[in-house]
Design a protein around this ligand. Structure first.
Ligand code: NAD
Ligand code: DAU
Length: 339
């Protein structure tokens, strides 16, 4: 099996590659990544010498390179994206380019090279915002409200269109908020944990009562593995661990586990258009694939806090942009180099 993973140097993609090569050491895995601010090969240091792993530095907008790399690939798992909602509010250009046009470009290459499966990684944010009641599921109508979620929704529609129009053998997963090791410290959990390690306050948006549904990255990746191997072509799977929490609850738990009090909370201006609540019912994946989350939030958050405590050099370098300077020196603007 030859697998092309886009965005494999990011948070979920790097955890996915490690998971796949550990479970299926005979699979050949190509990591295709542009190494944006969020991409970091340090995430895969422990497996970079694996005989079946290779890295290609490339932009998913580079159709020529994609076509070249896609030769003989059986399965594409498409993680590459711009992913941070706050950044999409500050400027949506890269989100439209990478998430919409980039997805089109990866699918075209997959179509031209007759891949056997194109799995598209998407988000629960495409469904919009819930009130106090109800849950997102596979039949929920799309209602994206941030530039990020609109770009992901557009890409989901394109992926489905390629299935209906061209018969591209696609599957899609719409997942809830992930957390775990190697998450870029701009998102809620790693930002708060690393701020506290440095003795800084944590910025809670609005009233702190927005709700997210949290899943450990390993549970997400196990589900993706099952979808690739046993999911039905043309189908969508909603993924989540049924761990709904207000941001204030998350903050209190982190404060308590790290030995701080509520004086470390700083309420700040709310995010524009801040979605109030996300909650996923992952019953289809549970019933059809036999998947179920294995890591409780309490276990996962403890493991995650410990990971950031044990790896300060990782997040300090990530925050300072040191890796970016290093990659620029190593690669320049050139694409297509393999290490
Ligand atoms: P991330 O920001 O940590 O990583 C994104 C990766 O994509 C980086 O390695 C980056 O270099 C690469 N990339 C970005 N633009 C690229 C381009 N033009 N060409 C090639 N590579 C490019 O993201 P993540 O949190 O790991 O998310 C991965 C996927 O999962 C995304 O599609 C995201 O929408 C989806 N998702 C994320 C979450 C979450 O909670 N993080 C939840 C549900 C779905
Ligand atoms: O639901 C899946 C999505 O989860 C993914 O598709 C996105 O890629 C991922 O970034 C994440 O989006 P969110 O916007 O939910 O994640 P974030 O960590 O940015 O914010 C989580 C919640 O915490 C949200 O309600 C905003 C709030 N928040 C966030 C930050 C960064 C704060 O209160 N303070 C902060 O500093």
């Amino acid at each position: 099996m030859k697998m092309l993973v886009t965005g494999g140097a990011g948070f979920i993609g790097s955890n996915f590659i490690r998971y796949i090569l550990t479970k299926y050491p005979s699979y050949a895995v190509i990591n295709y990544d542009k190494l944006t601010y969020a991409g970091n090969l340090e995430n895969l240091r422990d497996i970079e010498n694996h005989p079946n792993y290779s890295f290609v530095k490339g932009d998913i907008l580079n159709t020529e390179l994609l076509n070249h790399v896609m030769k003989g690939v059986d399965v594409v798992v498409h993680f590459a994206a711009e992913t941070h909602v706050d950044r999409s509010i500050m400027g949506a250009d890269a989100f439209v380019q990478t998430n919409v046009i980039g997805t089109f470009s990866v699918m075209e290459a997959a179509r031209q090279n007759n891949v056997k499966r194109f799995h598209h990684i998407s988000t629960d944010e495409v469904f919009g915002s819930l009130g106090a009641e109800g849950h997102f599921h596979e039949e929920t109508p799309y209602d994206p409200r941030s530039p990020y979620s609109a770009s992901k929704a557009a890409s989901d529609h394109l992926v489905r269109a390629y299935y209906h129009t061209h018969g591209l053998p696609i599957t899609i997963s719409n997942c809830a908020n992930n957390y775990g090791p190697n998450m870029f410290p701009e998102k809620l959990i790693p930002l708060f944990v690393t701020n506290l390690i440095e003795g800084k306050k944590v910025p809670l948006y609005g009233d702190g009562l927005n709700i997210r549904d949290w899943i450990h990255v390993e549970d997400h990746n196990r589900a993706v593995d099952m979808i690739i191997h046993a999911g039905k072509v043309g189908q969508t799977y909603c993924l989540g661990a049924m761990e709904e929490k207000t941001n204030r609850e998350i903050t209190d738990l982190i404060l308590q586990k790290m030995g701080f009090g509520e004086e470390m909370i700083e309420y700040v201006e709310d995010r524009k258009g801040h979605d109030r609540r996300y909650a996923i019912r992952p019953y289809k994946a549970m019933v059809e694939l036999g998947w179920k989350p294995q890591i409780t939030f309490d276990q996962g958050i403890e493991q995650t806090i410990n990971w950031y405590r044990d790896n300060p050099e990782w997040w300090k370098r990530v925050r300072s942009g040191e890796y970016q300077d290093y990659y620029k020196k190593q690669y320049g603007e050139k694409q297509g180099m393999t290490i």
